[in-house]
Design a protein around this ligand. Structure first.
Ligand code: DX5
Ligand code: ZN
Length: 212
């Protein structure tokens, strides 16, 4: 079986000690750093933006997996790419022209991801899979950390996997812990985002390893 990519979400980290909290997941064997960008429009919450990505880039060698929960993502790809994003994932529901957004992302040499919210059927995005490096299947309504996993969302994964090339990364995000991770990887996910489970567990090392 191919390797599972663990991408801890810093949304659950202590922003006053972000460097420390990033080093902790690095030491625990995390593969990527997941950065949740929210604009208060696409989702009812505001988090962090370009300057924070730029600062993280200076202190971490792990790929930065940037999840854009924003309207008009095409307007912000350039600054996020130039700040050091390695993967830029936008929401299908936020764009009119998927292929043009993907092309903009790829023009900066950045991997292109596209995410679907819980109510968006997988059938709607199958035609776009060949364009993408990553598909993010949200397993909670985007907007907040610490919510409960919605199992029916993970049931979209087999159909995506059936139509995907071997190289497509299938990521899940929301309510991921050791139990729900197993459900998702059994369906075919190979990248797991986890915020609360890793940062609020009391033992980051153990939490990261238990996801594998
Ligand atoms: C939610 C974000 C997630 C969030 C996950 O909208 O996209 O990345 O940090 O948090 P947990 O793992 O706590 O559900
Ligand atoms: Zn996320």
């Amino acid at each position: 079986m191919s390797k599972i990519i663990i991408s801890p979400s810093i949304l659950s980290a202590d922003f006053a000690n972000l460097e420390r909290d990033i080093k902790r997941v690095e030491d625990a064997g995390a593969d990527w750093i997941h950065v949740d960008v929210m604009d208060g429009h696409f989702v009812p919450n505001i988090t962090i933006g370009v300057p924070v990505v730029k600062s993280i880039k200076k202190i971490s060698n792990l790929p930065l997996d940037v999840h854009l929960m924003i309207e008009n993502p095409e307007k912000y790809i350039q600054p996020f790419a130039q700040a050091g994003s390695d993967i830029l994932t936008f929401h299908y529901e936020a764009v009119k022209d998927v292929s043009s957004v993907v092309n903009i992302i790829k023009s900066y040499g950045v991997k292109a991801g596209m995410s679907i919210k819980p109510k968006t059927p997988a059938e709607e995005i199958l035609e776009f899979l060949p364009l993408l490096d990553l598909v993010l299947v949200m397993t909670v309504e985007p907007g907040f950390g610490g919510q409960s996993f919605i199992k029916v969302c993970a049931e979209k994964i087999p159909l995506i996997k059936k139509y995907a090339s071997e190289n497509l990364i299938i990521q899940v995000d929301g309510g991921i812990n050791a139990e729900t991770a197993k459900i998702c990887t059994a369906y075919g996910a190979n990248s797991l985002v986890a915020g609360n489970y890793i940062y609020k567990s009391g033992d980051i090392q153990k939490a990261v390893q238990s996801l594998r």
